[in-house]
Design a protein around this ligand. Structure first.
Ligand SMILES: [Zn+2]
Length: 52
């Protein structure tokens, strides 16, 4: 009988799965949604870059 452990992680691990993070725009204080795999986003209110 086989006794192999199946604890190897799949190739598509959740390790790098992007999730949305809400930040406050430093320019206009609006909420800006930045994906966790993106270093920055553009504020929808003032159009400026919001850097994490
Ligand atoms: Zn803004």
């Amino acid at each position: 009988m086989t006794d192999r452990k199946l604890e190897e992680k799949p190739a598509c691990s959740v390790k790098s799965a992007p999730v949305p993070v809400e930040l406050l725009c430093p320019h206009c204080k609006a909420e800006v949604e930045v994906w966790s795999d993106e270093p920055e986003a553009v504020c929808a209110e003032c159009g400026k870059a919001v850097i994490k």
